[in-house]
Design a protein around this ligand. Structure first.
Ligand code: ASN
Length: 555
């Protein structure tokens, strides 16, 4: 029989269809929750006298009527509305292993994204922070015009992110017969509700991109975005194909937080042949503190224009940070031409292959760190903070498919092509890593990592090395895995996180470390953990379900 979580049963004891509910649901492992923040954009617009504009209070009711985006029968049979006490909560009609329940938070006023400012980015960030522990993922509905700026800014503002934040929108309103809004919303919900991709991403036209790598490239196509310098994180084909090797992860032992302080004295200046020194001078005047200079090709500017170079030098000497980014859609700035070196001599920072959107919002974020000196801010600008610029590929790792062990197995299975070899590698290495975690063998894990295997991936039961190390109480190994970017939010097929495992086996130090890294319980898990501990050891102080997480697990 299916096990209904006790707190949901208790809460719903007054609900008429509790019997159905017991038959149908197992909310702890089989449901995930997504918060959808609707900021506006074409996706929710209708045609008014003066053109397309957002329509307030209409989206939830329209989605409720769309069978691909809401399963009313499931909602009714599981007493969804009574349980969450939120009329704006819907559920996907999923045949997947998980039901995705999503709650829509609509902003007022809804905005065309051309009207957005840094304050709006702060509002979105704060709402994610407030609701972080109650949801598995977040979807931001947003206009496409400035979506790349918001995605970039949020990627920097969200420090130590452990859950997916997916921006999406559409080119045609969801209320129209032919539109891209339905598919984009559905894809974003499926990703945010199913996969622990702890990045600010952008989902559009069947592709999931890193948010700080995208740029809007087409005003008239459904395929509106491109990520010229980084392959998509995932593609929605028959199945979702996640490019796990590319997924970026925080590796600090610190909790998620959102930094909303942003410096607005930043700007974008695009070089063009014949630009005058007085234009550049005017642009660099105080209060300007940070500028992205969009240069030619691989970061070039005229080296026969001392008047221009003098303006740039004067500004950098007086503390303005100027970042050199290319006007080209693809490629990186380099010091290969004399016309590029003159800019380094003028004190500009090389922006690598950052998009101008990413460089600008990074400047805004970094310049708001008032406790840093200008030199420290410059250093931060040239570092890769959230995967916004490509790392130096020198010294790239050996691939596990080069390993003799995998080669021998491949030979015995008569493997014929690279794809099959990779499939074997991907099937074997998570289990090998879990086995190493079980016996606390950091060296074996290190060797697997050296060979290119991803220590953050789960085995056939979704159990990651971090789950196993947490069960065994290997504190140092837990720390090591966290430093490698292992996710504290990974759930195995039973819906358990590493924190659930550490609590079950009473490894208090591990619990403390995981909590410090942002691990938390859902309300249901809190109660289960409390009864588990009370049951297993009546003598010791048990966790009080009514207590907050901070006052319980820290003891
Ligand atoms: N102007 C709209 C916006 O950015 C464009 C769109 O969403 N497709 O809000």
């Amino acid at each position: 029989s299916i096990n209904l979580h006790p707190c949901r049963r208790r809460k719903l004891s007054s609900c008429s269809s509790v019997e159905n509910l017991e038959r149908m649901t197992s909310p702890c492992g089989n449901e995930s929750r997504v918060l959808v923040i609707n900021t506006g954009g074409t996706i929710g617009m209708t045609l008014h006298d003066n053109g397309y504009a957002p329509k307030a209070n209409a989206l939830v009711e329209s989605l409720r009527k769309l069978p691909i985006l809401h399963d009313e029968l499931y909602a009714h049979q599981t007493c969804l509305y009574e349980y969450y006490q939120l009329q704006n909560t819907l559920v996907l009609p999923s045949k997947l292993n998980k039901r995705i329940i999503y709650t829509i938070l609509e902003y007022s006023p809804l905005l065309d994204s051309s009207n957005m400012t840094t304050d709006d980015w702060g509002r979105i960030g704060k709402d994610i922070e407030k609701n972080y522990e109650n949801f598995d993922g977040f979807v931001i509905l947003h206009g496409t015009d400035t979506m790349a700026y918001t995605a970039s800014a949020l990627s920097f503002m969200c420090e130590n992110l452990g859950k997916p934040i997916v921006l999406t929108g559409s080119q045609v309103p969801i209320y129209e017969l032919r539109n891209d809004g339905r598919d984009n919303l559905l894809g974003a919900l499926l990703i945010a509700g199913q996969f622990v991709i702890p990045e600010v991403c952008l989902y559009f036209y069947n592709k999931l991109y890193r948010g700080n790598r995208v740029t809007k490239v087409d005003a008239g196509s459904f395929n509106a975005f491109n990520s010229p310098n980084l392959a998509p994180l995932a593609t929605a084909e028959v199945d979702f194909k996640i490019n796990w090797d590319t997924v970026w992860r925080a590796n600090a032992t610190a909790k998620f937080q959102v930094k909303t302080e942003l410096n607005r004295n930043v700007g974008l200046l695009r070089l063009f042949p014949g630009i005058t020194a007085s234009t550049v001078r005017a642009f660099l005047q105080p209060p300007m503190q940070g500028v992205v200079l969009e240069t030619y090709g691989s970061g070039n500017a005229p080296d026969n224009r001392p008047d221009l170079l003098e303006e740039l030098s004067k500004a950098t000497n007086s503390g303005v940070i100027i970042v050199n980014c290319t006007q080209c859609l693809r490629g990186t700035v380099s010091a290969s031409y004399a016309t590029g070196r003159v800019l380094m001599e003028a004190g500009l920072i090389a922006g690598g292959d950052m998009t101008p959107e990413a460089a600008l919002s990074k400047l805004s974020y970094v310049l708001a760190k008032k406790d840093l000196t200008v030199d420290a801010q410059k250093k931060m600008m040239s570092q890769n903070l959230r995967g916004e610029m490509s790392a130096d590929l020198e010294g790239a790792k050996l691939c596990l498919s080069d390993s003799r062990f995998i080669q021998v197995i491949a030979k015995s299975l008569s493997v014929s092509c690279k794809e099959e070899l990779e499939a074997i590698r991907d099937a074997l290495t998570p289990s090998l890593a879990c086995a190493a975690a079980k016996i606390g063998d950091t060296e074996a894990l290190e060797a697997l990592k050296e060979m290119g295997s991803d220590l953050r991936l789960g085995d056939f039961d979704g159990r990651t090395p971090l789950h196993v190390a947490a069960c065994e109480g290997h504190l140092r190994l837990v720390q090591y895995l966290l430093n490698q970017g292992a996710s504290v939010h990974a759930k195995d097929r039973y819906g358990d996180t590493p924190l659930c495992n550490a609590v079950r086996f009473r490894h208090k130090e591990v619990v403390r470390l995981l909590r410090k890294t942002g691990a938390h319980f859902t309300r249901e898990q809190m109660e289960e953990a409390a009864s588990e501990l009370c049951r297993s050891d009546e003598q010791e102080t048990c966790f009080q379900p009514a207590c907050t997480q901070d006052c319980t697990l820290g003891r």
